[in-house]
Design a protein around this ligand. Structure first.
Ligand code: DC
Length: 222
């Protein structure tokens, strides 16, 4: 049976960097579940599907074909043979993604896709409902958080470094808090700390310190 390290938390808490490094250290594949919701959102927008209409999104979701391949320590996603890259990281996708992620049919499809990835080996999976809904029985579950200021500052730096956008700190913070609100209050699999998950506040920790805290809390023999 594959081992799964499950990491949830709000936007900008550092889940991606932490999951990538934990995966490298342990030889577990890194799985970015948010990218699947972003791909669904991108495909809705490309195909003129109204993301504020849950029934339109639900009807369209099964038509989106996402190929998942283990490559270089992570699961890479392909749509029509191409990697989506930064096309799924724009402020426009940010603004629509939490609406698409609120649709039950979308969540069911992505949950099944994520569970199927265990056939590729041991995984570090990050997202919003990994510890509560996708892999709730994993013995290695973490809730990673940080102050809104720290999270917005990280997201803004990342957007500028990757050449995705050049928004001010306040705009980044407002968009991030708006998404958190929708992600935490939705009906299906809202973001919340799972009972029994280890909570780590990364506001004043370095990346290495957070990685160490995760690795130290893993079950014996992982
Ligand atoms: O982590 P991210 O910003 O790339 O996530 C994109 C969107 O998908 C965000 O609105 C939260 C949502 N999401 C989710 O609902 N469940 C997950 N497991 C991962 C992401």
């Amino acid at each position: 049976m594959s081992k799964v390290i499950a990491i949830d938390g709000p936007s900008g808490a550092g889940k991606s960097s932490v999951s990538r490094i934990v995966g490298e250290r342990l030889g577990f594949l890194h799985v970015d579940s948010g990218a699947l919701y972003r791909i669904m959102t991108w495909q809705c927008l490309e195909n003129g599907v109204d993301t504020s209409d849950p029934s339109a999104v639900a009807a369209f979701a099964p038509k989106v074909e996402i190929e998942c391949r283990p490559e270089c320590g992570r699961i890479e996603y392909y749509v029509g043979g191409e990697r989506p890259g930064n096309r799924i990281r724009t402020p426009e996708i940010n603004a629509h993604a939490s609406h698409v992620a609120s649709v039950k049919e979308v969540r069911d499809i992505i949950t099944a896709t994520l569970r199927g990835m265990t056939r590729h080996g041991d995984l570090v999976v990050e997202g919003r409902d990994i510890t509560t809904a996708v892999f709730p029985d994993s013995p290695a579950r973490f809730y990673l958080t940080a102050s809104a200021e720290a999270r917005a500052a990280r997201r803004q730096k990342e957007e500028v470094e990757k050449g995705i956008a050049n928004q001010g700190a306040e705009a980044v913070k407002a968009s991030l808090l708006a998404r958190d609100r929708i992600d935490s209050s939705r009906r299906y699999a809202p973001l919340r700390k799972a009972d029994g998950a280890v909570e780590i506040d990364s506001s004043d920790l370095t990346l290495e310190q957070v990685v160490d805290a995760v690795v130290k809390s893993l079950p014996e023999g992982w």
